[in-house]
Write a protein that binds this ligand. Structure first.
Ligand code: SF4
Ligand code: ZN
Length: 343
């Protein structure tokens, strides 16, 4: 006996929603998914009419669904937003070059302007060249730090008021877990925020309209809508630590689907005891980007690459930053310590 859709009670159900367990037809699922994103946007007051919003687009499923849904809701509910696509080219042959082709097709399909900023033009290094120097162990640290700044710089070039990213519920829950496991209280406090206000010069506010959307539902939505997205993994992945948090979360989800939401809620409701020391945000003495140290992470990593000392930005070497800033030479011992790629 075919199962009827519990939404319209007319059509045959095409899927069981991973988030709620409801059996729905395709149309009712699309509607439920889109309405939830809309409610998230409205409840958190993510946008104001007249704003220009840059959608961080990688060509992957999350950002493709984000671009599609943002365009659709902007029209359906007259948000009054001007939307643009913003992509970062990390310079990863066999991965980003192909996924950027998808973004370029999305640009045509959604008729949105597109800006691509590359690591090569911003930092003088591609990820291919970085991996050659640092190996495959800490490459994602370089990539993540550079991407954050690259998106800001691209957003400033495009003059957007806000960036929205495709982070989904699974990503947020993973990050909560990772920050708990690392004891990173400052990040734990920030990571569940649905939007960040401008934290300083050169930092564009960001928001996550898909914060409560399950990854499984994003995949279903993209699949049933036949969206054009790129699904290959980065050739330099995985980021091992996140991978463990991910596997752990997937195991929890298989016994209790609400685990993802539960972890997010736990993260949202944690409060930090008075007196716990938090890093003070200032600005980088070299590039002016936000930083809790004299040099921002990006400048330290870049200095390490340019000097052939890849370990410089990995781990705690804050005491060397003053030397770097004043261009003092490092001792032989310091050089030796920072040169090895076996970290
Ligand atoms: Fe960059 Fe690592 Fe992601 Fe690849 S897996 S795109 S190297 S952060
Ligand atoms: Zn800097």
């Amino acid at each position: 006996m075919p199962v009827l859709c519990s939404g319209c009670k007319e059509k045959r159900a095409a899927l069981k929603r991973p988030k709620t367990g409801h059996s729905l037809c395709k149309e009712c699922f699309f509607w439920a998914f889109e309405e939830e994103v809309h409610r998230t946007i409205v409840a958190a007051k993510l946008f104001k009419p007249g704003e220009t919003v840059g959608i961080a687009a990688s060509g992957g499923k999350d950002s493709t669904v984000l671009a599609h849904v943002m365009k659709l809701l902007n029209e359906r509910y007259s948000y009054g937003l001007e939307l643009m696509l913003l992509s970062v080219d990390e310079g990863i042959t066999g991965y980003r070059d192909d996924s950027l082709e998808t973004v370029k097709r999305n640009q045509q399909q959604y008729e949105l302007p597109l800006k691509i900023v590359s690591y090569e033009e911003l930092y003088g290094w591609t990820m291919d060249a970085i991996v050659k120097q640092v190996g495959l162990k800490n490459n994602c640290t370089f990539c993540g730090v550079f991407r954050r700044q690259a998106l800001d710089r691209g957003a400033i070039m495009l003059k957007v008021d806000k960036i929205c990213t495709g982070h989904n519920a699974d990503d947020v829950a993973e990050t909560v877990l990772m920050n708990v496991l690392r004891g990173d209280i400052a990040r734990l406090r920030r990571c569940t925020a649905i939007s960040t206000v401008s934290e300083g010069e050169g930092v564009v506010p960001r928001c996550k309209p898909l914060k409560y959307a399950y990854e499984k539902e994003i995949v279903l939505y993209a699949y049933f809508k036949k969206l054009d997205y790129f699904s290959t993994e980065c050739v330099y992945s995985p980021n091992a630590y996140r991978g463990h948090a991910r596997t752990f979360l997937k195991d929890l989800e298989s016994v209790r689907p609400s685990s993802i939401m539960d972890v997010i809620h736990s993260g949202e409701n944690l409060s930090v005891r008075d007196g716990v020391k938090m890093p003070v945000q200032g600005t980088c003495n070299r590039c002016g980007y936000i930083s809790s140290q004299a040099l921002c992470k990006s400048c330290v990593l870049l200095e390490g690459l340019n000097r052939g000392l890849p370990k410089l930005g990995i781990g705690k070497h804050h005491r060397l930053h003053d030397k770097l800033l004043s261009q003092q030479p490092l001792t032989e011992r310091e050089e030796r310590k920072l040169k090895s790629v076996d970290f």
